[in-house]
Design a protein around this ligand. Sequence first.
Ligand code: RB5
Length: 150
Amino acid sequence: MKKIITLGCDHAGFEMKDAVIAHLNARGWEVLDVGTDSADSCDYPVFAHAACKNIQRGVCDLGILICGTGIGMSLVANKHRGIRAAACSDTFSARLTRVHNNANVLCFGTRVVGIGLALDLIDNFLDAEFEGGKHERRVNMITEIENAEK
Ligand code: RB5
């Protein structure tokens, strides 16, 4: 897997953006930052959409989306074909959503987790690997449902 990851945030997520980018860079990841670039109020769907497009276009395989709760970002991301986004606030879920769900986008909220836990969520997400097997069958079922939707 190429070590390129896309990152999107809204004004609530912006406060953690620099620390998250520094952390990812220190781990050897190139970050494709789609904004936002200030604490001015903005609309999270814009940035979730831009990040998901980077994944859909094959520019990168993974993404991180940060808003106030992580929920709005995950709702938008999961509207995109091929995107499996998980809003996490504990490291077990951040790890298992890759191991079992083959999630490709991690979402979290700055109003839910502190920066220390946020970076641990990222580490758990990035260090985990999809287990395949019975989990692949289930993820394929998600894709089938997605493909059956208009
Ligand atoms: C912005 O106030 C907030 O609604 C947003 O960051 C996010 O938490 C939405 O899910």
